[in-house]
Design a protein around this ligand. Structure first.
Ligand SMILES: *Cc1c(COP(=O)(O)O)cnc(C)c1O
Length: 428
């Protein structure tokens, strides 16, 4: 089965580490072989083996309108016929920057980069320059791209101490970072009490969505912000997933918190490589050439990404996409849970706006990594392969969330639920 994909994977393994260019794509987490896709349209992916799948990965989040939304495709085609890259000043990034700063008031200035990782890396540099401090505080269970100092896990020693979570990340880097568990008030208070004077910034996904969907208590995040402010540290919201998706102002808007700096990626480029960091004017004015913090990029603010991004953000607002997806997300949650129930499967769905995480049922709301039931992965993997055999593609890991797009129409949702019903009967 899927002979062509297997063949391409064998060839790929000879020329790329693990046969892929980003680890989760390898299907290792689900003990499988990756499918190779050649085309995508709306909710669908087409594979080299001639199969078509309903796609709930949507490139891990950028495609809030679905694959190749016709309005965006038109803009991309137009832009390609004008320019690909200037490496010079142009009006397209200005239009996107003006749109964002006028819709997200706490982003007074911003700088475009080419990925979420780059945005985070640069925001940390600004925070260190602004405060003259070195340490960064992060949560275990939040992902911020592959920045050296953030590829860390909780150490075995004192509260907050971190150790490297990747070969090649030096102790020097991991020692710059403090790590605490999500949803742990005591650990958060302790780390600020002990290290508050040396922390430049606290970075968090205000909606942690890279280790399942670990929705935090609002009071917990507010307490963290209060502690950071009291200790003279900056608050960086990493809204690479949540930005524009959960509200035009992301989780910051939902929570009513003004972060000092914010990082964007994914939706902001409409499927093209775009990231951005921005925030308070005085902080962003530290960035070169205005200030002493160096940061640059050959392909930064490339016209295709800028125009696809702007067209995407405008369409989300104009067509009230968020409202539509919120309803569809709630419907999927309810229907999937009902099907799990009637088949006696211990599954539930955590849903927030257009993000969904199907997981092994917890004793209560799952808010930290340690609360994820140990049985989650084996059950998810069975469900994943069952759905795949019924033409529904989830991100190939039980710790990745599913993304709804405008292209997931009622008809698509019904088809999906038919597949889910069938798979759940088989698993029962
Ligand atoms: C995806 C992601 C990143 C990294 O973005 P890339 O474009 O993959 O470098 C950073 N932070 C969060 C919250 C993300 O979800």
């Amino acid at each position: 089965m899927r002979e062509k994909s297997r063949e391409l994977f064998e060839r790929s393994k000879k020329v790329a580490p693990g046969g892929v260019h980003s680890p989760v794509r390898s299907f290792r987490s689900v003990d499988g072989t990756p499918i190779f896709f050649t085309e995508a349209q709306g909710p669908y992916l087409k594979s080299v083996d001639g199969e078509t799948f309903i796609d709930y990965c949507q490139s891990f989040g950028p495609l809030m309108l679905g694959h190749r939304d016709p309005d965006i495709e038109e803009v991309v085609k137009q832009t390609v016929s004008m320019a690909w890259s200037f490496g010079a000043a142009e009006p397209y990034s200005l239009e996107l920057a003006e749109w964002i700063t006028s819709h997200v008031p706490w982003v007074e200035k911003l700088r475009f980069v080419c990925s979420g990782t780059e945005a985070v890396m640069s925001a940390l540099r600004v925070a260190r320059a602004a405060t003259g401090r070195t340490k960064i505080l992060k949560f275990d269970g939040c992902y911020h791209g592959h920045v050296d100092s953030l590829l860390v896990k909780a150490g075995s020693g004192l509260a907050g101490e971190a150790s490297s979570d990747s070969a090649g990340v030096t102790a020097l880097h991991s020692q710059e970072t403090l790590v605490v568990s999500l949803n742990d008030d005591k650990a958060l208070e302790e780390v600020w009490a002990r290290h508050g004077h040396e922390i430049a910034a606290w970075i968090l996904e205000p909606l942690p969505a890279n280790y399942g969907l670990l929705i935090q208590r609002e009071e917990f995040i507010k307490k963290g912000v209060e502690l950071a402010r009291r200790h003279g540290a900056l608050v960086i919201f990493d809204e690479v997933i949540s930005g524009f998706r959960v509200a035009v102002g992301g989780m910051a808007e939902k929570l009513g918190i003004k972060p000092d700096l914010v990082t964007y990626g994914k939706v902001i480029g409409g499927g093209f490589p775009v990231g951005a960091y921005g925030g308070r004017r005085d902080l962003m004015d530290l960035v070169a050439p205005q200030g002493p913090v160096y940061q640059a990029g050959t392909l930064s603010a490339n016209p295709i990404g800028m125009r696809a991004g702007l067209a995407t953000l405008k369409k989300i607002e104009r067509e009230k996409v968020r409202e539509t997806l919120r309803g569809r997300g709630a419907l999927l949650k309810k229907s999937i849970e009902a099907l799990a129930n009637s088949n006696g499967l211990p599954l539930e769905v955590t849903c927030f706006e257009s993000l969904l995480w199907i997981h092994y049922k917890g004793e209560m709301s799952i808010r930290s990594v340690s609360q994820i039931p140990a049985n989650h992965k084996p059950l998810f993997n069975k469900m994943f392969h069952g759905l795949l055999n019924n033409q529904v593609y989830l991100a190939p890991s039980g710790f990745e969330v599913s993304f709804l797009s405008l292209a997931h129409s009622d008809e698509i949702l019904n088809k999906t639920l038919d597949a889910v019903a069938k798979v759940f009967r088989e698993l029962a």
